[in-house]
Write a protein that binds this ligand. Structure first.
Ligand SMILES: Nc1nc2c(ncn2[C@@H]2O[C@H](COP(=O)(O)OP(=O)(O)OP(=O)(O)O)[C@@H](O)[C@H]2O)c(=O)[nH]1
Ligand SMILES: [Zn+2]
Length: 289
């Protein structure tokens, strides 16, 4: 028996990566009836002939992402362009809340460093580092900073996310020139609609795996209590239990440790503004439910 990782499922076959080899496997009948097999599943398989085999067992999953359908995701690489388009920090903070909710680690990858002076990039990095996030600055187009990203991918299953135009396809192409994914709006729009089904491929990159399909396009917050939102802003949460009131939502309450930390610039004002913005959204939804 051998062990490996499913990197793609297609037409009843599963492509299983084991070391540097890829095996084309079928799943044992009883296994397929019990649950579907997904990219990211760690499996045991019996080799039959050259690079063909039968999957006998799946290891227990630590998590499953729905979009893209991938099991055992270790981290989300959130790609944000520093310029063209301008970074959308509201969107970034919303994505970060969703990752916190799903207990997924995040790496914030600021891209297009070639278009910007380094001060602004450092300022943005410092906001998110202070919030406790791992950040990396790169230029996917010119290959700057890719070794750091590579180190962060090693041994992990990663999913990319980030808005259109951030440079996700460019990033994958730059790490594996054999991929030649379409980049840029126009070429992609022309192609869209031609392929109806997408089968996620986990691309072996830098001793890790990265899904070729980005995730987190649905960024709607699930229903939650207003007091819980702060739990998903790590640096706000750090101060929240020092507030006078247990149900403090850190707006105008007296003796609010979060507001104090904000005054002392221990919490970034843009992060706090985005917290308030999401809080309003949660409060307005509470009225509907
Ligand atoms: N100057 C510069 N341009 C970049 C860089 N990375 C990507 N681009 C450009 O940004 C545009 C969008 O890049 P894509 O890789 O297609 O972006 P994407 O995130 O895959 O976009 P969607 O597929 O729409 O989600 C392209 O024209 C790229 O050439 C970079 O590091 N520097
Ligand atoms: Zn408070």
């Amino acid at each position: 028996m051998k062990e490996g990782l499913i990197i793609k499922g297609y037409g009843g076959f599963y492509y299983v990566r084991s070391g540097k080899e890829t095996w084309c496997c079928r799943g044992r009948g009883r296994l397929r009836r019990k649950q579907s097999l997904l990219p990211g599943d760690h499996v045991q398989f019996t080799p039959l002939q050259k690079e063909e085999g039968v999957i006998e067992a799946i290891e227990e999953r630590k998590n499953v992402l729905r979009r893209p359908p991938v099991a055992n995701v270790d981290q989300v690489i959130h790609v944000v362009s520093l310029a063209n388009p301008e970074p959308d920090l509201k969107l970034l903070d919303r994505s970060l809340v969703i990752c916190e909710l799903e207990q997924l680690s995040v790496i914030i990858c600021f891209n297009k460093i070639d278009l910007l002076n380094s001060e602004r990039a450092e300022e943005l990095e410092s906001i998110y580092r202070k919030a406790g996030y791992h950040t990396i600055c790169i230029s996917a187009l010119f290959g700057h900073g890719m070794e750091k990203l590579c180190q962060a991918l090693a041994g992990k299953i990663s999913v990319l996310s980030g808005p259109s135009g951030a440079g996700k396809s460019t990033l994958l192409n730059s790490m594996d020139p054999n991929l030649s994914l379409e980049t840029g709006e126009i070429s992609k729009k022309l192609k869209r609609g031609k392929h109806t089904t997408r089968h996620v491929l986990l691309i072996p990159l830098c001793d890790g795996f990265v899904a070729d399909t980005p995730g987190f396009s649905n960024l709607e917050l699930p229903p939650m209590k207003r007091v819980d939102l702060a739990c998903f802003f790590p640096e706000i949460n750090e101060f929240a239990d020092q507030c006078r009131f247990d149900d403090c939502i850190h707006l105008d309450e007296p003796d609010c440790a979060v507001k104090n930390a904000l005054d002392k610039r221990l919490i970034s004002s843009t992060r706090y503004e985005n917290y308030k913005h999401l809080l309003q959204e949660i409060i307005s939804k509470e009225r509907i439910y």
